[in-house]
Write a protein that binds this ligand. Structure first.
Ligand code: SAM
Ligand code: DTB
Ligand code: SF4
Length: 380
């Protein structure tokens, strides 16, 4: 069911409410719909890192930029089982597996991901995946393998999206969310603040999320982690007050969703995070790493929970465990027709950093070659 209808003007007015009043209102809404002592812990695991063909200006995994991220093959079932078991023993109810893909392609790799989903489902953890765009049939396959949630962020307003990504369109993000929903998956969709967007953009993104019917079950609010080598390497971090405002506004606009305090927590004090929990954050991404960038140490988070009197939410507290089923192949007709868009408009910063990326990779290759030559000379 969609919730109360919100215009972006109303959302903006709310966003600009004096801070403590906003937090108080958000805390009240939070208590009506959620247990404020519980915070869900979701552990992130990058199952396929780096080498992504997209040009997302914030992302260290985009192959075209020169960052510290190394490209890795898909993780094995054993690697994922070990990581999931450890995460569960530390209080995580959900494992979110991320792949640096533009979209899901049918074939061996996708079949392997289905095995990974089955493996984590068997451990009685909520399984989430974030694999890029996907068709309804692929979403159905994931669901049949035991996937619980699909993470696919809108990232920003439709207008600002065009300023950060040129290799895909906003409508394909919405289409993917719709495909996941049709396959009966719960949705995790939110965005990033601190990329240079305006307050209007933040409020428009919330308007879009609130207009989805049903609304996403979880909404991650990420603060940009600015990574060296990406077009956003010099973007200044946002203040904690902006995070608190965004969390509180999301909480009030979409009361039933779980608001997830996501990337950027290494820059936040415990006091800052406490205010976010007060303002309605009901979940965190945990694990010493997010996908490729640092996150608070797990034991520090557990200490924070103890200090604030918070307890981790049990798995399947809100929805049933998805049954794993061996269904017959669904015909591919609809999917085969589908073409994801490629707007390819020019984003100056992305073009500049793509060029820099090429130059720096070349320089790196030369240095590596020189080093090898020196080593082999020294040996002979
Ligand atoms: N490739 C898939 C996709 O883009 O949908 C899934 C992985 S992608 C890394 C998942 C999300 O991570 C992005 O949608 C974005 O919201 C978030 N993200 C990536 N880099 C980030 C950064 N530097 N700071 C904050 N959030 C980031
Ligand atoms: C989300 O909204 N944030 C997470 C998760 N969904 C996949 C990812 C954050 C990534 C931050 C940058 C990195 O570690 O690579
Ligand atoms: Fe690729 Fe996702 Fe990163 Fe964009 S955000 S570059 S699609 S991994």
């Amino acid at each position: 069911m969609s919730e109360q209808k919100w215009t972006y003007e109303a959302i903006k007015e709310l966003y600009n409410t004096p801070l403590l009043e906003l937090v108080f209102r958000a805390a009240s809404v939070h208590r009506e719909h959620h247990n404020p002592r519980e915070v869900q812990i979701s552990t992130l695991l990058s199952i396929k890192t780096g080498g992504c063909p997209e040009d997302c200006a914030y992302c260290p995994q985009a192959a075209r930029y020169f960052t510290d991220v190394e490209e890795n093959e898909l993780m094995s079932v054993e690697q994922v089982r070990t990581a999931a078991t450890r995460a569960k023993s530390l209080g995580s109810s959900r494992l979110c597996m991320g792949a640096a893909w533009r979209n899901v392609e049918d074939g061996e790799e996708f079949d392997h991901v289905l095995d990974l989903v089955r493996t984590v489902n068997e451990l009685d953890m909520e399984v989430c995946a974030t694999l890029g765009m996907l068709t309804e049939r692929q979403a159905q396959k994931l669901r049949d393998a035991g996937l619980y949630a699909y993470n696919h962020n809108l990232d920003s307003s439709e207008d600002y999206y065009k300023e950060i990504i040129s290799t895909r369109g906003y409508e394909d993000r919405l289409k993917t969310l719709d495909n996941a929903r049709k396959a009966n998956l719960t949705l995790c969709s939110g965005g990033i603040i601190g990329m240079g967007e305006s307050i209007d953009d933040r409020c428009k993104m919330l308007e879009t999320l609130a207009s989805l019917d049903p609304v996403p079950e979880s909404i991650p609010i990420n603060a940009l982690v600015s990574v060296e080598g990406t077009p956003m390497e010099n973007v200044q971090p946002i203040s904690i007050w902006e995070m608190i405002r965004m969390v509180a506004t999301t909480r009030i606009v979409i009361p039933t969703t779980t608001v997830r305090l996501s990337a950027g927590r290494t820059e936040m004090s415990i006091e800052g995070q406490a205010l976010c929990f007060m303002a309605g954050a009901g979940s965190i991404f945990a694990g010493n790493k997010l996908l490729t960038t640092p996150n608070p140490e797990m034991f520090k988070d557990l200490e924070m929970f103890h200090l604030l009197g918070l307890t981790p939410t049990e798995p399947y507290a809100k929805h049933e465990k998805p049954a794993v089923s061996e269904k017959e192949e669904v015909p591919e007709t609809e999917d085969k027709k589908h073409k994801w868009s490629r707007p390819k408009h020019r984003i100056e910063a992305n073009v500049k950093y793509t060029k820099l990326g090429k130059q720096r990779r070349k320089a790196q290759q030369n240095t590596d070659a020189e080093k090898k030559l020196k080593e082999s000379k020294a040996q002979s």
